[in-house]
Design a protein around this ligand. Sequence first.
Ligand SMILES: [Zn+2]
Length: 407
Amino acid sequence: MSQDLLSLLDRFAEIGATPGGGVRRLTGSDEDGAARRLFAEIAEARGARLHVDPVGNMFATFPTAPGSDATVLAGSHLDSQPTGGRFDGALGVLSALVAASEIHAEGGPAAHNLTVVNWTNEEGARFQPSLTGSSVFNGKYDAGFALGLPDRLGTTMGEALALIGYLGEAPFPLRPVRNLELHVEQGGHLEATGVQIGAVTASWGVRKLTLSFVGEPSHTGPTAMHQRRDAMRAAAWAITEFHRLMEAEAEHVELHWSAAKIVAEPDSPNVVASRVTVYFEMRNPAQQICTAVGDRFLAAIRPHVEAMGIGIETFTDEARPGTSLDPVGVAMTLEACAELGVRAVPMMTITGHDALALAAMMPSNLVFVPSVNGLSHNEAELTHPEDLANGCAVVKALLERMISEQG
Ligand SMILES: [Zn+2]
């Protein structure tokens, strides 16, 4: 089983491979198309039936209970960050594929079918917001909204998916009863504590606050300094102030924060920036804390920015409250690990995952394996082979239990 997983991970790591040992597979790119085709080909060769839904989510169903319309979902995503790691997402899809195809081949009795899923645009690197495919599946967004999302050159997600042949058909026809996702931790907790598996109980809350600083375009040369309404200058000041304020907040509460993306308009070296949009993010186990620190940040910067002659517009302001995963599945995970002789602990996740989106519509679980140095969204992301093997064994043990449950 683990050799199968390692060789599949190697094959997918070649698609969109970057010089630094990572991958670049943006949603709707040629590389995404190649990864999708390889996934479909391998799943079908192993006996799965493939379905693509209207936003390109891929469902490979192994008919473990052919008379039933119910299925257990297991998967993650094959898209990546621009300089992403080779395990983030791919591990969840491929470990589910390995486990499901083995369970199917073994042919034991089951109450439910088993569907391996590749969710579209989990990363949100090319099209925002992230978790797009799973959030259409759970009814949070409608398909038209998702397909109309533009990338920075104006190509929509629908156009990009059509170009690679993955603009799907009808909604997924089976009735999902449970969901399972294996993912690399993307943090250092498991490694630091010498634990092999994390059974995730819930996620931190996050506030994603995207602000546009609005000034006026003018020539960067002759325009008198006192006449400039420089949105870039205001945004740069606000980013620095954001970090100063969050550091002060973090003396009282556990807080992770970032300002990780800016979009400047008109984006010419010869024009004073008229609009600069900055993506701020604040995370804490409790959503109220994220809301409160974000409000205090906005209140603190507004007068200073306005005094620079710059307006502040809220581009998007998204609250993602912490989500609880299925406690029965958490207990099942700890029990399966005990049987396998693998050390496991319950823990929270700071990052967003498809499993969290899906928890809105069905019992959903998320399982972590360690990341070396906690590194992720980085080409050097690494999980050791023995940890990958443990993760895959746990997925198989859980899926065996989950397809046997009645209901
Ligand atoms: Zn991921």
